[in-house]
Design a protein around this ligand. Structure first.
Ligand code: ADP
Length: 198
């Protein structure tokens, strides 16, 4: 098989990235999930445990990185986030490289919230962003009940604006309805496979 086609999937929080990634998986696309990779790295025996312990011993609790402790550290120390990212980012990159090397599929999809912000878009053959109106985004995130409006505003301020993601992406999937999004996913997969067969 020739080199697989690489799709980068991104989108603002709550805009339907995970849901859309699952739709690609249902079409036979192999999916790598950046958030899941971080979870593995932070978990027991994960590769990030040792490097985080070296930075901040009390951020490791019962052999795993405590997100709560990291959040507390970030809240009290303006330099913390950069220091954490500097050690975790290369480990995430390794995980992604390993997936790319070991996965046999015609299409690989990389689900990466900060795709543009980290420069990972440069490694992709196609970049797709999911998008929905901002009021709908807010409604979806608050409905989860895991964060309040203030926390959401902070996250939004740290992410690239939706308009810029839309402008930079090769394709935009509108996530107004599940059926509509599924049709757009199918169309993209068909287009890529057609090109591969040509
Ligand atoms: P993200 O991974 O971008 O944070 P999720 O995939 O978890 O977002 O979706 C956030 C919410 O939006 C969920 O409640 C999900 O059911 C809903 N949603 C996602 N995609 C669609 C869609 N295409 N149409 C309608 N609702 C959607």
């Amino acid at each position: 098989m020739s080199r697989p086609f690489r799709i980068g999937l991104t989108g603002g929080i709550g805009m339907g990235k995970s849901t859309t990634a699952r739709m690609f998986a249902e079409e036979g696309v192999a999916v790598w999930d950046a958030d899941a990779a971080v979870h593995r790295l932070y978990g027991p025996k994960g590769a990030a445990v040792e490097v985080i312990a070296a930075l901040r011993p009390d951020a490791v609790v019962e052999g795993a990185v405590s997100r709560e402790a990291l959040r507390a550290w970030i809240a009290e120390d303006a330099a913390a986030l950069k220091r954490i990212e500097a050690v975790v980012h290369p480990l995430v990159q390794n995980d992604r490289a390993e997936f790319s090397a070991l996965t046999e599929a015609d299409i690989l999809l990389f689900d990466i919230p900060l795709l543009f912000e980290t420069g990972a878009d440069a490694d992709m053959d196609m970049v797709v962003t999911v998008s929905c109106p901002p009021e709908e985004q807010k409604r979806r995130v608050l409905e989860r009940g895991t964060m309040n409006e203030q926390a959401l505003e902070r996250i939004l301020a740290s992410q690239m604006p939706d308009a810029e993601k839309r402008a930079r992406a090769d394709r935009v999937i509108e996530t107004d309805t599940l059926e509509g999004a599924r049709d757009q996913v199918k169309a993209i997969v068909a287009e890529v496979r057609e090109k591969q067969d040509a």
